[in-house]
Design a binder for this molecule. Structure first.
Ligand code: PLP
Length: 394
C-alpha cells in the first residue's frame, strides 16, 4: 500500500478532477504531459540549476541547539525561509513556469490570498518574460498592500475579484473563468497541493525537493536519513507535502500537521479544516472541506492569511483520514507566542503560518533522543505589523 497518488489521480477517497467541461482539454493536456516533461533530463537540469543559483538551494538543515534544550529533544529546522522571496512557494512556481514554457504557453494566471503565491508567480514571470495576471479578492488587496506593490513592481497585473466575500475563493473563481476564456496560450499556476488532478501531485513533486534534501542532510549530520518526526503547518498543504514526500511510505517517520484554529476550533472563527471539514468538492478536488449542511463553503478565519483556506490538499486529507498523520489545531495566540519564543531562542522570526508548526512543541512530549524536523516554511518580514501590534497589546 502507498500513501502516494494512484493512477486515477486519487489518494484513497480524496482527489480526482471535478471540473467544468470547458476546462477539460486544458487539464487533460496537463495530465497527459506533466510526468513526461518533468522527468526529462533537460527539464530537471533547468529546474535544479534555478533552484540552486536563483532560489539559493539547498536550504540549510539547522540544528537548533537552544530550542532542543528547551524542549528536550533533537530539533532540526529546514530553512525554507532563506529561499529567494522568503518561503517555499518559489520551488513550485519555478517548476510550473518551466512546464508552461515546454507546453508553449505565453501567458500566466494565478490566484492569491495573502499575496505570497502571487509574488512567487510574478517573480518567475519576470524571470521568464511571461505576461502575468494575478487575481486577488478586493478585500485582500487592501489587507495585503505590500505584496500588491511587490507584484506590480515585478510587472504583474493584479486584478481584483469583487464577487462573494471578495477573498481567496472568489479570486480562484475568477482565475478559472479566465482560463476557460483563454485556454490556448494560458497556463494557470496553482500555489498549493490543491485543485484538480494533476495539480496536487505536480505541486507535491516540485516541493519534494525539500524532503530530498532533508534525507541527504540528516544522513550527513546524524548518520541516518529518517527523523522520528516531521512537523509542518498546513494551509493547502504544499510545504508539508514537500517535507514528507520521500518519507510517505516509511512508517517510522511520524507526521504532525499544524492547522490554524483561529480564535478556537469551536468559536466559528477557525480554519481547522481537518477537524471541522467533511468530504466535499472544492476547486475541482474531493477533499475535506469546511461546509454548512447545504454544502456551502464556510468562510475560514485565521490570523495568518496563508492558512486561512477552507479546504486541504487531498494527499493530506488522506494521510489524516487514515491516521498516517496527526493534526494539532493551534490558535492565533499560541502561534503568536511560538513566534516570539523562536525569535528570542534562535534569533529567527518565522512567518505567522510557520509559527503554528512551532507551537506544536508546547503540545507534544518527545523523547530526548527523538529527532524532530520542523519545516520552517517562511520568514516573518511580511508579518511584522501583526507582531508589533501583538507585542504592544501584551
Ligand atoms: C503559503 C504559505 C503557507 C501555506 O501554504 P501550504 O501550501 O500549506 O504550504 C505556509 N507557510 C508560508 C510561509 C506560506 O507562505
Amino acid at each position: 500500500m502507498t500513501y502516494n497518488i494512484n493512477q486515477k489521480g486519487f489518494y484513497g477517497q480524496f482527489g480526482g478532477a471535478y471540473i467544468p467541461e470547458m476546462l477539460y482539454s486544458n487539464i487533460a493536456r496537463l495530465k497527459d504531459s506533466y510526468l513526461e516533461i518533468t522527468s526529462k533530463a533537460s527539464f530537471k537540469q533547468k529546474f535544479h540549476a534555478l533552484l540552486k543559483d536563483y532560489v539559493g538551494r539547498p536550504s540549510p538543515l539547522y540544528f537548533a541547539e537552544r530550542l532542543s534544550e528547551k524542549y528536550e529533544c533533537q530539533i532540526y529546522l529546514k530553512r525554507e525561509d532563506l529561499n529567494h522571496t522568503g518561503a517555499h512557494k518559489i520551488n513550485n512556481t519555478i517548476g510550473q513556469i518551466l512546464l508552461a514554457r515546454e507546453l508553449g504557453k505565453t501567458r500566466i494566471i494565478a490566484e492569491t490570498g495573502a499575496g505570497q503565491h502571487g509574488v512567487a508567480t510574478a517573480t518567475v514571470c519576470a524571470l521568464m518574460d511571461m505576461e502575468c495576471i494575478v487575481y486577488m479578492g478586493s478585500v485582500d488587496i487592501v489587507r495585503q498592500a505590500a505584496n500588491v506593490s511587490r507584484m506590480r513592481m515585478l510587472g504583474a497585473e493584479v486584478r481584483p475579484a469583487e464577487s462573494g466575500s471578495k477573498t481567496l475563493k472568489d479570486a480562484t473563481n475568477e482565475a478559472i473563468r479566465d482560463w476557460i476564456d483563454n485556454p490556448v496560450e494560458t497556463h494557470y499556476i496553482i500555489g498549493s497541493v490543491v485543485g484538480p488532478h494533476p495539480y496536487p501531485d505536480m505541486v507535491a513533486r516540485f516541493q519534494s525537493v525539500i524532503s530530498e534534501e532533508i534525507r541527504i542532510q540528516l544522513k550527513e549530520k546524524i548518520g541516518r536519513e529518517n527523523p522520528d518526526y516531521i512537523i509542518a503547518c498546513v494551509g493547502g498543504g504544499s510545504n508539508a507535502a514537500g517535507a514528507i514526500y520521500h518519507y510517505l511510505d516509511q512508517s517510522d517517520v511520524k507526521f504532525v500537521f499544524a492547522e490554524a484554529a483561529g480564535l478556537g476550533v469551536e468559536t466559528g472563527h477557525s480554519a481547522a479544516t481537518s477537524i471541522l471539514g467533511k468530504p466535499g468538492i472544492i476547486h475541482g478536488a474531493n477533499t475535506l472541506l469546511m461546509q454548512d449542511k447545504y454544502g456551502q463553503i464556510i468562510e475560514p478565519y485565521s490570523i495568518s492569511a496563508g492558512l486561512d483556506y477552507p479546504g486541504i490538499g487531498p494527499m493530506l486529507a488522506n494521510l489524516i483520514h487514515s491516521a498516517r498523520a496527526t493534526v494539532e489545531a493551534i490558535t492565533d495566540q499560541q502561534a503568536m507566542d511560538a513566534a516570539f519564543s523562536l525569535a528570542r531562542t534562535e534569533g529567527i522570526i518565522p512567518a505567522l503560518e510557520t509559527a503554528h508548526a512551532f507551537a506544536v512543541l508546547e503540545r507534544k512530549k518527545f523523547l530526548p533522543e527523538d529527532v524532530v524536523v520542523i519545516n520552517l516554511s517562511g520568514r516573518g518580514d511580511k508579518d511584522l505589523p501583526t507582531y508589533i501590534k501583538a507585542d504592544l497589546a501584551s
